[in-house]
Design a protein around this ligand. Structure first.
Ligand code: NAP
Ligand code: MG
Length: 398
């Protein structure tokens, strides 16, 4: 059999622990036998990040800007325990944080629907994609514990000396106060990422804030989205037969619960944090979620939503059998290959990505799955496979 051709390389970002083991199995058993894989390889494993003073992370993000499509394995975010475990030179920053900052992106997470792993919300027929703005608001807040009677003010001092001053509250006694901010440029990037993603997925965009109460702050989000939509996207949305609509966050929550799914829900930072955990757990499992970082300039980085599954890795190191779910990692690969095929006009590569995903779904729906799914499935008599056997079962179907 001749292998499927690629013309432009993918950026391949290898990672850590159990997902690094899975990464190699997926390449060996599911990708390389079928695709003449072209990739620019960057080893983001913690040892190599330490050896390169984290330069490899920066290089991989720059390569992604140049080539347009990356696939990333889960990586350890260093903490004090990891500094000790790996004898690190320093507590390196989160690679995802570094890459996100360099690509100025928004993260989109979508559950992977499978028969037998049913959402708790019965009317959700199609997955809901959550788009989370990942900058500002309470995640960059400044807070004070007000000790007693006194005045809290919000003061802006312009570069030219102009001043805006508002009284937050005249306190009679102790209390609390906080200051939060966001940037027009960041809100605009968020809006463009959502609209580009929607055109790609051919799905509507819902966006909601609390602008009736927050008449300047949240209202600014609403206005920036609307201005960008009207000026840059309205015609293309009409052509694609999709819609953008804005509503209040409480109305959105009520509508989401009654919806059939199948749309993109754009959320401010805090709403996205809370609602993505609700949506993903209602759909079943973190290992059954795709995750892609999309930059406003149209650069895509695909990854799994979960971490390096450390506990399973230590079992693996002790020589014990593991049953780690590789679905999110496989879908990161299929997503990146499909995008590469789209951009380079390679229908065979796109078709391969579709077949790979179908083989994964069919394997699970036939009753063969990893332990995490076997525990929650509605299918009778599920067969629990090891990490490697599950990937082999997909390969034989493929
Ligand atoms: P995790 O790796 O997502 O695992 C948490 C638990 O969820 C696991 O112990 C396992 O439960 C279950 N789980 C997650 N993925 C699974 C899969 N594919 N198959 C089966 N079960 C799965 O999160 P963590 O343990 O908090 O973090 C481990 C490391 O990952 C940390 O160093 C963290 O910095 C890093 N991390 C990286 C990313 C990223 O690169 N995107 C994201 C998050 C965390 P059981 O043990 O009960 O089976
Ligand atoms: Mg959270």
């Amino acid at each position: 059999m001749s292998k499927i051709r690629m013309t432009t390389p993918l950026v391949e970002m290898d990672g850590d622990e159990m997902t690094r083991i899975i990464w190699q199995m997926v390449k060996d058993d599911l990708i390389c036998p079928f695709v003449d894989l072209k990739s620019e390889y960057y080893d983001l494993g913690l040892e190599n990040r330490d050896a390169t003073d984290d330069q490899v992370t920066v290089d991989s993000a720059n390569a992604t800007k140049r080539l347009g499509v990356a696939v990333k394995c889960a990586t350890i975010t260093a903490n004090a325990a990891r500094v000790e475990e790996y004898g690190l030179k320093e507590m390196w920053k989160s690679p995802n944080g570094t890459i996100r900052a360099m690509l100025d992106g928004t993260v989109f997470r979508t559950p992977i629907p499978v028969k037998g792993i049913e959402p708790c919300v019965r009317n959700w027929e199609e997955p809901i994609t959550l788009a989370r703005h990942a900058y500002g608001d309470i995640y960059r807040n400044v807070e004070i514990r007000v000790p007693g009677a006194g005045k809290v003010e919000l003061v802006y001092t312009g570069a030219d000396g102009t001043e805006i001053r508002e009284t937050v509250h005249e306190f009679d006694g102790p209390g609390v106060a906080q200051g939060v901010h966001n940037l027009d440029s960041s809100i605009a990037s968020f809006a463009r990422s959502c609209f580009n993603y929607a055109l790609d997925a051919k799905q509507d965009v819902w966006f909601a804030t609390k602008d009736t109460i927050s008449k300047k702050y949240d209202h600014r989000f609403k206005d920036v989205f609307q201005e960008i939509f009207d000026a840059e996207y309205k015609e293309r949305f009409d052509e694609a037969g999709i819609e953008y609509f804005y509503t209040l966050i409480d109305d959105a929550v009520a509508r989401v619960m009654k919806s059939k799914g199948g749309f993109i829900w754009a959320c401010k930072n805090y709403d996205g944090d809370v609602m993505s955990d609700m949506v993903s757990s209602a759909f079943g499992s973190l290992a059954m979620m795709t995750s892609v970082l999309v930059s406003p300039s149209g650069v895509y980085e695909y990854e799994a939503a979960h971490g390096t599954v450390q506990r399973h890795y230590y079992k693996h190191l002790r020589g014990e059998e593991t049953s780690t779910n590789s679905v999110a990692t496989i879908f990161a690969w299929s997503g990146a290959l499909r995008k590469r095929g789209d951009l380079d006009g390679l229908p065979e590569l796109v078709a391969f990505a579709d077949r790979l995903e179908k083989a994964v779904i069919d394997t699970i729906e036939s009753g063969q799955m990893t332990g995490d799914l076997a525990r929650i499935t509605a299918l009778p008599n599920p067969q629990t496979l090891s990490t490697g056997d599950f990937i082999k079962a997909i390969a034989s179907r493929l």
